[in-house]
Ligand binder design. Structure first.
Ligand SMILES: Cc1ncc(COP(=O)(O)O)c(C=O)c1O
Length: 377
């Protein structure tokens, strides 16, 4: 059996440190908003290259709280892509915004900035939520350019891209999460930096957005029991912050291992000349891709499904991210979209397949995945 993702292999290597960290939190008696959350917020903000980090209960809450702190409210237009995890779009929807989707690029799975500019020219847009899908950074330079040109607020959904980077023309390398007005991370267990439960964080350079997020996560009260806003109970637990601080120290090593896995897939696909489109590991001297997922494309849905079923029969797990694009989800029916509106997204959702990807996946296992794929293509 080869899993898509395996939490236990990694845990066995760091078990002692994790249990110590958890023990220290409980023994300290301070389990909510203590020194671990505070330190992790600083460490993550510093890692990304921005001023503030605000720990919250999940990536989904981070999106909701960040958008509310950025001033998104009923009737505002918020643009995002239909090819992402549900929460990216449900957050602005829940705040009463009118969600406008724009299609993605086939080569990157990320928002097509030409389509975005088209919308920005036509509509008054309050905020754009961009996603660095599967760990691949979108063009941060082009994004920054549009943000300034149109004076639109940008929230970066970095749930899948912790540590990914982009190199600007002037040679400067920036992390995903450092160019928007704010950015969010998810610490869901399967994420590149994940805890053993739910968790999330907002990062921002803006003192005002940070202050607003800190207030919203504790029921909108700057001073306890005095509520200025209707907020949420959404805090990152001390135990999770302590776990994440241990894991953050390993992240660099784990990212290297993810790159090894991606390089091995690439070498095997090249050697066997398989008719699949796969993400390239380009050695550019910066991490434009951190391979949260390793997603390949087949010629059509029929081939994709045949390979998926064949792998499954032989004990190899895969997944489809995402089988139904967001503009076709029943709950968003009132947005008025229909099949055919976003052809790239619709095609990708029919042709894509995520293969096993995690730092501890062995070269032998990768070979078995590719050998088995070859039988069914
Ligand atoms: C792109 C994206 N955005 C948001 C989220 C939401 O994060 P969480 O599961 O921590 O709520 C996820 C998590 O799956 C995600 O992949």
């Amino acid at each position: 059996m080869i899993p898509l993702f395996d939490l236990t292999r990694q845990y066995m290597k760091i078990r002692g440190e994790i249990l110590d960290a958890i023990d220290r939190v409980i023994a300290s008696g301070r389990v909510i908003l203590g020194e671990n959350v505070e330190k992790l917020e600083k460490e993550v903000a510093e890692f990304v290259g921005v001023k503030h980090g605000i720990g919250v209960a999940s990536g989904s809450d981070a999106l909701l709280i960040a958008l509310q702190a950025m001033g998104v409210e009923k009737g505002d237009v918020v643009v995002t892509t239909p090819y992402t995890f549900f929460a990216t779009a449900s957050a602005p929807y829940r705040l009463g915004a009118r969600v406008v989707f724009v299609d993605v690029e086939e080569s990157t799975f990320n928002m097509d900035l030409n389509h975005l500019e088209h919308v920005l020219r036509k509509e008054k847009v309050k905020a754009v939520v961009v996603v660095h899908l599967f760990g691949r950074t979108m063009d941060l330079e082009a994004l920054s350019f549009l943000r300034e040109k149109y004076g639109v607020m940008v929230l970066e959904d970095c749930a899948q891209s912790f540590g990914s980077e982009w190199k600007f023309e002037n040679g400067k390398v920036k992390k995903s999460g450092s160019v928007g007005d704010a950015a969010i991370f998810s610490f869901f267990p399967t994420k590149n930096l994940g805890t053993y439960g739910d968790g999330g964080m907002i990062v921002t350079d803006s003192d005002q957005i940070a202050e607003e997020c800190r207030t919203l996560r504790v029921h909108g009260a700057r001073k306890k029991y005095f509520h200025e806003k209707v907020g949420y109970n959404s805090r990152l637990d001390e135990i999770h912050a302590a776990i994440l601080r241990v894991k953050l120290r390993y992240l660099e090593r784990w990212t290297e291992e993810r790159l090894r896995v991606a390089r091995t897939y690439q070498r095997l696909f090249e050697e066997r000349n398989l008719p699949v489109i796969y993400p390239r590991v380009e050695e550019k001297g910066f991490r434009y891709h951190v391979f949260h997922q390793y997603v390949v494309l087949f010629e059509n849905e029929e081939t994709r499904d045949r390979v998926k079923n064949g792998l499954s029969e032989r004990g190899i797990q895969t997944a489809i991210y995402y089988p139904l694009p967001l503009h076709l989800q029943r709950c968003f029916g009132d947005l008025g979209y229909k099949e055919g509106d976003f052809p790239v997204t619709e095609s990708l959702s029919k042709r894509s397949l995520a293969l096993p990807m995690f730092p501890e996946l062995s070269d032998e296992e990768i070979e078995e995945v590719v050998r088995t794929m070859e039988l069914f293509i």
